[in-house]
Write a protein that binds this ligand. Sequence first.
Ligand SMILES: NC(=O)c1ccc[n+]([C@@H]2O[C@H](COP(=O)([O-])OP(=O)(O)OC[C@H]3O[C@@H](n4cnc5c(N)ncnc54)[C@H](OP(=O)(O)O)[C@@H]3O)[C@@H](O)[C@H]2O)c1
Length: 238
Amino acid sequence: MREDKFLSGKRAIVTGGGRGIGKAVGMRLAMLGAETWLVGTKPDRLAEAAAGIEAAGGRARTAVADVSREEDVLRVFERAGDVDVLVNNAGIGRFAPIVSTTVEEWDLIMGVNLRGVFLCSREAMKSMAGRGGRIINIGSVVSIKGYADQGAYTASKHGLLGLSKVMAVEGRKDGIVTQVISPGGVDTDLIGDARPDLDRSGMMRPGDIADAVEYLLGQTGNAITDMVRLRRKSSAPW
Ligand SMILES: NC(=O)c1ccc[n+]([C@@H]2O[C@H](COP(=O)([O-])OP(=O)(O)OC[C@H]3O[C@@H](n4cnc5c(N)ncnc54)[C@H](OP(=O)(O)O)[C@@H]3O)[C@@H](O)[C@H]2O)c1
């Protein structure tokens, strides 16, 4: 981890910042000096995460919003002002075979995991135009692979990857860098709720994803990483 607060004077937004991966990422960005906005639907979770950041000496703000709702997203970005870093982390996972996936479940997952990324990124790119900025989208191993019983989730994360590629190209002229982190299993409530049968003891932790976010944002040379694939240490590397 870098010692300097290289995000001092910057403003960051983390969607889904109230728990799990987003909570760890929000804490990390704040510890790196950013004024960090935590966005989510549950006010209590957001308040608790923000209090943790403040107690650790960071600066946190909260915004209650459903990222799949355009009016909510517009309100968040209007309140926050100029944004330098956006981490599109909010996501839901409901696992079922395609033949028993309802249209409502499909729309819910695509709404949060894909439309939410589009809506937040659109507003961030408007804010960053001419100034530059950084957008990190949290994909998944299923941005690349397909697993049974994860049709809607996999389609949403493949969509996130495709959208990210276009964002990276369209943002280039404005100095906006878009990158993707695609983790395998991370020990959070998402996977605990969706797959209670899994042994989570050897899984990655939210802090491992925060490490990757810090690494990406800390790149200052001529090289840029487009996507980081993260897997647990005990699994085969390729
Ligand atoms: N855990 C894994 O194994 C794993 C692996 C690869 C990728 N990921 C991805 O990592 C991201 C975070 O997942 P996690 O494991 O940390 O899950 P989590 O603990 O369930 O957290 C999900 C976060 O998303 C927020 N969220 C859900 N619906 C929202 C909505 N409509 N509007 C705004 N925020 C919303 C939640 O906030 P509220 O509770 O406040 O609504 C919560 O903070 C997701 O995109 C997930 O797909 C997870």
